[in-house]
Design a protein around this ligand. Structure first.
Ligand code: FES
Ligand code: FES
Length: 169
């Protein structure tokens, strides 16, 4: 039986599902997601806010989950990379990463996808410099970034087309 003597009650929504349980006050959100909720798509690299691998969305805004305590997420809506696809079908951004070969080892990819998701929700027509500005918060050791930029710009274009099609129907 789990000893909750040092733990705090915590309730949050992760990818639309409610979680109510306990978290130790010292546990960061990244470790909580990975160890307690078994959502291992969120990666941990530097553990001090530099590499961006651990980025998730908290109430719609990107956050370094290695720098946030799980208990600070009390009551929040968390979105992780596992929440992007629907019924196993990649979302447009993920599909564009696949199309443009925008990853190699994939270690940085979950964090980049979450920051790009935030960007595309706020700005339907980002230019390359804005995309590169967002990517400046992420360290990728494999790709050289060019294909990542291409994938995000392609996704922005496809999302605009979809919105336009929806508006015409
Ligand atoms: Fe959080 Fe690197 S693991 S920023
Ligand atoms: Fe390997 Fe980015 S794809 S670190």
């Amino acid at each position: 039986m789990t000893d909750h003597s040092c733990s705090r009650p915590i309730t949050l929504h992760v990818n639309g599902l409610k979680y109510a349980g306990h978290a130790e006050p010292r546990v960061n959100l990244a470790d909580f997601l990975r160890s307690d909720l078994k959502l291992t798509g969120t990666h941990v690299g530097c553990e001090h806010g530099v590499c961006g691998a651990c980025t998730v969305l908290v109430d719609g805004y990107s956050a370094r989950s290695c720098l946030m305590l799980a208990v600070q997420a009390q009551g929040s809506e968390i979105r992780t990379v596992e929440g992007l696809a629907t019924d196993g079908v990649l979302d447009i951004l993920q599909a564009c990463f696949h199309k443009h070969h925008a990853l190699q080892c994939g270690f940085c990819t979950a964090g980049i996808l979450m920051s790009a998701t935030e960007l595309l929700a706020a700005n339907s027509e980002p230019d390359e410099s804005i995309v590169r500005d967002v990517l400046s918060g992420h360290i990728c050791r494999c790709t050289g970034y060019q294909n990542i930029v291409a994938a995000i710009l392609d996704a922005a274009s496809q999302l605009r087309e979809r919105a336009s099609d929806a508006g015409n129907n």
